[in-house]
Design a protein around this ligand. Structure first.
Ligand code: F6R
Length: 614
């Protein structure tokens, strides 16, 4: 939540920052602002609303030219989304400007202390307390890095901070604890940002900052230390996706582009994970194989769509390795005293790798002695770093707030992990593992076949554009697809949508169905026998209540086709792999319906991409 960028170099800082903010606006879009220091004074522009409002203000009233500045795009936590609460925040003496991502939990205490010292606050934010404290420390030391370290030791909570001092205007100081911050290393210019997307068009060389570290940037130097002032060696990495990956490439929305990128994203996630003999090689899982053989329970922790990816994975992993798999909402996990020990494998799933609920769950699991494997899309993210091992999903940047390729690649990676564990523990024959790997390798092509029917899904969206309530049903892995389909619609179309396990419907929810309710039903492949037939019966139950049924079923499934008001065909797959195709029409449907409703599909109201607060 919140996107941050700082720049120091020879280019016009305002332009570099504005462009960088545009690429991290998905992280928050309540307000935005920029500060630069010129002639010993700060020049600040900030505006409530989306980045476009700030850009319009700057076009009318440009800031002076400068080679150094900071910018912020906000997802409000403390204080409403107005101009005053927008970042950067400036200290009362006018010397320091500060941007912040996270929550300063002891801000009220700090504010009271500072007010006693005569400081006047103008905003309702927690950030302003840090800005004011920083200015007071700076007045004592005259060294922004030293002042930043002192301030950080006084702050409780999670934060990324980037500060600019009018007395040293060609230098930036940033710090992080539990909140993302990467450094971009350029030629005669350097960057700090929440996400590499902010500076990828200028440099692909980056540094990962560790926990509790401070970085000082000038045009030609990057110095990292911990909060005690001990020098630290940041880890270098090369960003291997191209700047074009962060552009819309002719699509109206990032979300639609990301839906259409799924064949490639899944392909890349599966790429190079097995040897010529078909044996899975997950080299990045650096956990002792003996430990993995001994685990007697797997706990998957994640939030939102990633949690639904975990629900899908549970069916496959339990089936393949015969070890119980619990799937937990990360936000609930540590508060219920879970039974976790050294024989538990904790699998965390996170596209951003920064979700605070998930991060806290990992920490809790590790304290209890569990080994943690992260399935993550963002190289070097905190969750990846704090886990014992990481399996990257290689989806490329996911910019739309609603997850699509993130979800499908999470399911794919979780399946790789399940097959790997089955191979390791000898619970599947080699030819069975190979059969699933072959089927997985065919998934990108099958996703493409679904995408080729997009127009049919769009026609359906146009047909139901006035509808307010939607139901999604599925059984087995299809029940998680139903939950994910409903979430997509809620997030971007702002419509009431619920997903249920189809068999559960008659235990209550069927009461809400009438002839106005479209019911989407994911039908398992006919080869799934009873499972298939039971879902056909569930369709008959809702049809009997007059509902319009949209059936997602395997091509040629006559039984399913005959009870469909609207049929969306899926390529043949085994039941376990069906979520990888069945989710796609639901994503397309939500994207199209939200577009027809005139919503901002990429930046839906009240949401942010990366939820870095609990
Ligand atoms: C839904 C969505 C969210 C995320 C959730 C977890 O479309 O995007 O529900 O899935 O916030 O985010 P990550 O995967 O970044 O941990």
């Amino acid at each position: 939540m919140c996107g941050i960028i700082g720049y120091v170099g020879q280019q016009d800082a305002v332009q570099v920052i504005l462009e960088g903010l545009r690429r991290v606006e998905y992280r928050g879009y309540d307000s935005a602002g920029i500060a630069i220091a010129v002639d010993g004074k700060l020049a600040v522009a900030k505006r409530s609303g989306k980045l476009g409002s700030l850009a319009a203000q700057l076009a009318e009233h440009p800031l002076p030219s400068s080679g150094c500045g900071i910018g912020h795009t906000r997802w409000a936590t403390h204080g409403g989304p107005n101009d005053t609460n927008a970042h950067p925040h400036v200290s009362a003496d006018g010397r320091v400007a500060l941007v912040h991502n996270g929550i300063i939990e002891n801000f009220a205490e700090l504010r009271a202390e500072l007010e006693l010292r005569g400081v006047t606050f103008i905003s309702q934010t927690d950030t302003e307390a840090a800005a004011q404290l920083l200015a007071l420390e700076l007045a004592l030391t005259n060294d922004l890095t030293v002042a930043m370290r002192t301030v950080c030791t006084r702050l409780k909570g999670a934060f990324t901070l980037v500060a600019l001092d009018t007395q040293n205007p060609e230098c930036l100081v940033a710090a992080r604890r539990d909140s993302p911050l990467v450094v971009g290393v350029g030629d005669g210019e350097n960057f700090v940002a929440s996400d590499v997307a902010s500076f990828i068009m200028h440099t692909r060389e980056a540094l990962e900052l560790g926990q509790n570290q401070v970085v000082t940037l000038t045009r030609n130097s990057v110095q990292v230390s911990d909060f005690d002032g001990e020098p630290a060696e940041p880890q270098h990495f090369h960003v291997d996706w191209s700047p074009a990956a962060a552009e819309k490439a002719g699509f109206d929305w990032f979300m639609r582009k990301e839906i259409f990128e799924q064949p490639r994203a899944v392909f890349d996630t599966l790429l190079g994970r097995s040897d010529a003999a078909g044996r899975l090689l997950l080299d990045e899982i650096r956990i002792d194989t003996n430990e993995l053989r001994l685990i007697d329970k797997i706990v998957v922790v994640a939030c939102g769509s990633a949690y639904y990816a975990g629900l899908v994975a549970k069916y496959a992993i339990e089936h393949w390795i015969r070890v119980p798999v619990e799937v937990e909402l990360a936000s609930e996990f540590r508060y219920r005293d879970p039974i976790v020990n050294s024989r538990t494998l904790c699998v965390t799933i996170s596209q951003s790798g920064e979700t605070m609920d998930t991060l806290q769950a990992i920490r809790h699991a590790r304290v209890q002695g569990a080994k943690v494997i992260a399935i993550c899309n963002t190289v070097g993210a905190t969750i990846a770093r704090e886990s014992d091992a990481v399996l990257y999903t290689r989806a490329g940047p996911e910019i739309a707030v609603a997850s699509t390729k993130g979800f499908l690649t999470q399911v794919s990676a979780a399946y790789l992990l399940g097959l790997y564990l089955a191979q390791l523990r000898g619970t599947m024959f080699a030819d069975e593992v190979e059969r699933y790997l072959t089927e997985l390798s065919e998934v990108p092509d099958k996703i493409q076949q679904v995408l080729d029917q997009a127009e049919r899904v769009y026609a359906l969206a146009a047909d139901v554009v006035d509808t307010q309530d939607f139901i999604f049903l599925g059984r087995h892995v299809g029940s998680a697809v139903a939950l994910e389909g409903a979430l997509k619609l809620k997030e971007i179309a702002y419509l009431h949508a619920e997903g249920f396990a189809a068999g559960e419907l008659k235990h209550g929810p069927i009461a809400i169905i009438d002839e106005t309710t479209p019911v989407f039903v994911v039908v398992p492949p006919p080869g799934a026998g009873q499972l298939h037939d039971k879902v056909i019966s569930n369709i008959q139950e809702v049809r009997a209540r007059g509902a319009r049924v949209v059936v997602l079923a395997e091509r040629g499934d006559v039984a399913a086709g005959s009870c469909a008001d609207y049929l969306l065909e899926l390529p043949p797959t085994s039941v376990l792999l069906q979520p990888l195709t069945a989710s796609v029409p639901l994503q397309l449907f939500a994207c199209e319906l939200a577009t027809l409703l005139g919503n901002d599909v990429d930046q839906p109201r009240n949401l942010a991409k990366s939820v870095t607060v609990e």
